[in-house]
Design a protein around this ligand. Structure first.
Ligand SMILES: Nc1ncnc2c1ncn2[C@@H]1O[C@H](COP(=O)(O)OP(=O)(O)O)[C@@H](O)[C@H]1O
Ligand SMILES: CC(=O)OP(=O)(O)O
Ligand SMILES: [Mg+2]
Length: 397
């Protein structure tokens, strides 16, 4: 029997991550790579095959000026690496599934057109996710194209955590607290089931802190609340997004400053957050190294909003058994983890300094009532599992 190959594409706001999996039932990763720093002056490509580096280079910014150009680089790398290997399916991270797409689906023309309509609700992601589907279809015309949605994991939200206090018809037409980063949360829950089953059943707050950042309150493995809402703008401040904002500010920008909807979109999605506050960079590595007062204030605001959200989520969960850090910042920035957890002993959190600096697995002390973990999230693995299942179902038809 020939081995099945599944390719996964994950277009984030500052990166494209890709991976190739092989295997009949449980997919095993054989190639993984990413281009990070899209749209910055220093984009970087790295890739490995079975753990060995096959690419590690700074890219000419013109080759990663936007997602579409960078995707061309990714497809060229893949062609070099996998040659004529048949790819049976391509699994895509699609950030917004709206009301209708609540689980992974095989994509066709009709579903793509419906998903195109959600572009305005996730302008940093959705158009790139969908152009990834179209490019993959051109590159692998015989492969099944599967869409896996960031919003799907959060459909278990109880109504109070799913609605806004607007007249009811808005909820009915889809103005809801969808929540995002769902593939990452789903992976973390699956990982905890394997390695820390006691906590998987408990009251867990997961922090996905990357260029996009959100937090999720999880009970019994299900999302009961997210810091993100109708769009991926709400909640925590991010690389370039503002996070929680009084809607009155938007009215002020429209009415008093005469800004157009496009100018406001640009401001809130691409000029705010860490970049806007620091006046320097959206990248936590650069802010930590800079040490300017503005960079310090940007970090302080980021940490403060995470701490507020942690307190709120512990209240929603009626207590706390575990906290998980993941995403580019959550996995690598030990100083941020220390600042987030500082003084939370009243919630039962106590970090072990050496474990936190090492940043792998459990980072809380043995005395800590709540356990704190760092998990290297793997959205690609989650996409591959969903895609393998749908591929299996299709071949049984
Ligand atoms: N070693 C590090 N120290 C601090 N921050 C880091 C480090 N590595 C990555 N980051 C942060 O993680 C971000 C990327 O996170 P990631 O989750 O990969 O991005 P995306 O949201 O595009 O998927 C970078 O913009 C940077 O702020
Ligand atoms: C939803 C979101 O913000 O995703 P990312 O962190 O990958 O940009
Ligand atoms: Mg991401």
């Amino acid at each position: 029997m020939t081995v099945r190959h599944i390719l996964t594409l994950n277009a984030g706001s500052s990166s494209i991550k890709f991976a190739l999996f092989e295997g009949e039932t449980e997919p095993a990763e054989c190639v993984r790579g990413q281009i990070e720093g899209l749209g910055t002056i220093a984009p970087h490509l790295e890739a490995e095959r079975n753990g060995a580096k096959i690419a590690d280079e700074r890219l000419d910014p013109a080759r990663a000026a936007d997602h579409e150009t960078a995707l061309g680089v990714v497809l060229a790398v893949l062609e070099r690496v996998i040659g004529r290997t048949a790819v049976e399916a391509v699994g895509h991270r699609i950030v917004h599934g709206g009301i209708e797409f609540t689980r992974p689906v095989v994509l066709d023309q009709v579903s793509l057109e419906k998903l195109d309509r959600l572009n305005p609700l996730a302008p940093l992601h959705q158009p790139h996710n969908l152009s990834g589907v179209r490019a993959a279809h051109r590159a692998f015309p015989d492969a099944l194209q599967v869409g896996c949605f960031d919003t799907a994991f959060h459909r278990s939200h109880p109504w109070v955590n799913d609605t806004y206090a607007l007249p009811r018809e808005f909820y009915d037409e889809g103005v809801r607290r969808y929540g995002f980063h769902g593939l990452s949360y789903e992976y973390v829950v699956a990982r905890m089931k394997e390695t820390a089953p006691l906590y998987e059943q408990g009251r867990v707050v997961v922090m996905h802190l990357g260029n996009g950042a959100s937090m999720c309150a999880i009970r019994d493995g299900q999302s009961i609340g997210s810091s993100m809402g109708f769009t991926a703008l709400d909640g925590l401040p991010m690389g370039t997004r503002c996070g929680q904002l009084d809607p009155g500010v938007v009215l002020y920008l429209l009415q008093e400053k005469g800004m157009t909807p496009q100018a406001i979109t640009d401001l809130l999605y691409t000029r705010s957050g860490l970049k806007g506050l620091s006046g320097l960079s959206q990248d936590m590595r650069e802010l930590e190294a800079a040490g300017t007062p503005e960079a310090e204030q940007a970090i302080a605001y980021f940490v403060d909003r995470i701490r507020r959200e942690l307190g709120a989520m512990a209240a929603v969960l009626s207590g706390l058994d575990a906290v998980v850090f993941c995403g580019g910042i959550g996995e690598h920035a030990w100083r941020i983890r220390a600042r987030v957890c500082d003084g939370f002993d009243w919630l039962g959190i106590e970090l072990d300094d050496a474990r936190n600096r090492a940043g792998d697995g459990v980072i809380s002390s043995d005395r800590s009532r709540a356990r704190v973990f760092v998990v290297n999230t793997n959205e690609e693995m989650m996409i591959a599992r969903h895609t393998a299942r749908l591929l299996g179902e299709q071949s049984n038809l």
